[in-house]
Design a protein. Sequence first.
Length: 167
Amino acid sequence: MPMYQETLVILKPDALERNLIGVIIKYCEDAGLEVLDMRYCKKVGLERLKKHYPDSMALSIGKKAQAAVPSITDPEAHGVKVLEKLRGYFSRGPVLAIRVGGDDAIKEVRRVTGYTDPATAEKGTIRGDLGLDSIERSTAEGRAVENLVHASGNPEEAEAELRLWLP
């Protein structure tokens, strides 16, 4: 039985630079989700980014990158570098934080968003249809993958992230 949930979607700087706000929101609305609140953040500070992307995420980020680029020999060290780049990418321009609600909203937003790597994300998803980057290319260029959106991964993460971005 579906359960009503609220979750966070953040449109990252590349989404705003490419004027994709309306297009991305339409993906969510077409999936039966409702926009409940949003906040435009002209500049995101390092303190907030360290709470959103804590150092403890380094190993999981590194393992995801290693799956795309097997030549990565130390996933945790790589993850630390990626976190630095990710925080830099997130702070290079404005972002839009959006509270989305609906039946099984967390799962549905993750489905609509698509896989983290735009190059392998499913067609019919935000990243699969609109993404221009790849983990492989961003790793080779020493930067974070530009994948348009962030979506909370589970109820605990959604609750914490909503408190951080849309208190």
